[in-house]
Design a protein around this ligand. Structure first.
Ligand code: CA
Length: 504
């Protein structure tokens, strides 16, 4: 008990005692142990030792993470998949004890077998009973995490739930213009054109932005409206699986046709002129300024913008089913994947491997998982009938996800198992109605690509070719939409170039 008191003395005043602290069953080390961490994510550039969640984890485990992030201003870019910060860290010659990042899988599966990261299979089996118990129920996910040598090199972020993103539209604008909810891509185009030309916000200006997106790859996803494919999982530009065969959306004819149509939409002003540069504030800005008409974004967080009806008369932003393609097919390409390429790994110079894997296992315990999902009891949530329930004060304090990142919860640079109950609690009636609408169409969701374990030879081919192939595809994609070149005329040369680069 003496050591527990010592640990308690290190706490901030805001931290509160939990039942777990009382018996210390989550304690990993008697004396506080410091481990360094690199953590990169688009939404939080470094690991903050002051996060209330970090403080609580210190109290419970005795492990203190010390921020040692290189390249904090070079965040891993979710839009392009580039991992400059991780490369900079590697180039610096010093790898912290723990490395957490979005898009970490390819990185550690390349450099882990070369010795830069610790293989985790035996450590998990011997010292991480909660992680091992999870994998015992999901061998498919364990397989998806493994590198070419059969080893796991990172503990992943495991999302929970079914639907992710949906199509959204200003239904009060539809009403204002006497339009019906679009059911096909042609009707969708007509609606976007009317938003552009018929002044649905009623200010006498042609200032509406018909389609916008916080992440520009969501524009590319619209190729599904012409039977193309964009992202094979909820990782942008990922490979896809179709009829049991691995392929890529960006070499398909549906993609080609979709890009041709999107270029036309862009030229006609149906798409945000700043789609590639406006960034993550696009939704917040364009909706609160009464300018944005339609997007493709997450159910829970997007539904929350309906509170703008208190400022914008009649404001209603509602989910609608993916419009049918010319062949009559409706798909929702985005869904919550079972395992993300995000999470954390152990650097090769770490001298406390057992304690580190035990610490990673802590986040898979009941108490750790609650901390990772809901924040700190008494601050963000209270226990009600045995369930963590966000306080009304917390829910009213602004965007829930943003506020959770700011206390150190829901960090995708940490390996943890999400609990969908965290999101249900702030899904309003617009989200729940949208989910019910999507549920009316059981074939809407399609198969996700979970990843594969390459052989060493395959991994070498991938590491040598994929980065430059991806960059070339993205460069051409953006150029075509902005009107630099014509995708139909350029297509054969594009495919030939990809073949030369090793795409096949
Ligand atoms: Ca207007």
């Amino acid at each position: 008990m003496r050591k527990l008191s010592l640990a308690a003395a290190l706490l901030t005043a805001s931290a509160i005692t939990t039942p777990a602290l009382a018996d210390g069953h989550l304690r990993i080390v008697d004396e506080p142990l410091e481990l360094t961490i690199q953590m990169n994510h688009a939404r939080y550039p470094v690991y903050e030792e002051s996060w209330p969640v970090e403080q609580a984890a210190r109290e419970l485990t005795g492990i203190h993470l010390i921020n040692d992030t290189v390249g904090a201003n070079m965040r891993t870019d979710e839009n392009t998949g580039r991992t400059e910060a991780l490369n900079l860290m590697l180039a610096s010659g010093s790898i912290p004890d723990i490395v957490g990042s979005s898009r970490i899988r390819d990185f550690v599966n390349q450099f882990g077998p070369e010795g830069a990261f610790i293989p985790l299979n035996d450590l998990i089996e011997e010292h991480a009973p909660n992680i091992a118990a999870y994998y015992a129920t999901r061998p498919d996910i364990e397989a998806a995490v493994k590198a070419s040598d059969g080893q796991m090199y990172y503990i992943p972020y495991l999302p929970d739930g079914k639907y992710g993103r949906a199509f959204w539209i200003r239904t009060d604008w539809l009403d204002a213009l006497g339009l019906e909810m679009p059911e096909t891509v042609d009707e969708y185009e007509a609606v976007l054109r009317a938003f552009r030309t018929q002044d649905p916000n009623g200010n006498g200006l042609q200032d509406e932005v018909p389609f916008f997106a916080r992440q520009w790859p969501e524009l590319i996803r619209l190729v599904t409206l012409w039977d193309g494919r964009a992202h094979g999982s909820d990782t942008y530009h990922d490979f896809m699986i179709e009829d049991g065969v691995i392929g890529h959306g960006y070499i398909g004819e549906g993609y080609r046709d979709g890009i041709a149509n999107l270029a036309r939409w862009y030229a006609d002003g149906l798409i945000d002129a700043e789609i590639f540069t406006r960034g993550s504030s696009a939704r917040d800005f364009l909706l609160s300024e009464n300018l944005g008409g339609s997007t493709h974004d997450w159910f829970a967080s997007t539904s929350g913008y309906n509170s703008l009806s208190s400022e914008i008369d009649g404001f209603a932003f509602e989910a609608f089913l993916p419009p049918a393609s010319p062949s009559g097919r409706r798909i929702e390409e985005h869904r919550r994947i079972l395992v993300k390429p995000d999470g954390w790994a152990i650097g090769h110079t770490n001298e406390h491997l057992v304690e580190t894997i035990q610490y990673m296992d802590f986040w898979f315990t009941e108490e750790g998982r609650r901390l990772a999902n809901f924040g700190v009891e008494g601050q963000q949530y209270e226990m009600v009938d045995g369930e963590p329930i966000f306080t009304q004060e917390f829910l009213d304090s602004g965007p829930v996800n943003r506020n959770l990142y700011q206390v150190g919860s829901q960090l995708q640079g940490r390996g943890y198992f999400q609990d969908y109950n965290y999101e249900i609690q702030w899904s309003n009636e617009f989200a729940l109605e949208g989910i019910a609408l999507y549920d009316t169409m059981p074939d809407l969701l399609i198969e996700d690509f979970l990843g594969v374990a390459f052989t060493a030879e395959e991994q070498a081919v991938y590491d040598r070719t994929w980065g430059s192939i991806r960059d070339y595809m993205l460069e051409r994609q953006q150029g075509w939409i902005l009107g630099n070149g014509d995708v139909m005329a350029d297509w054969d040369a594009y495919i030939a170039q990809l073949d030369e680069m090793g795409m096949q």
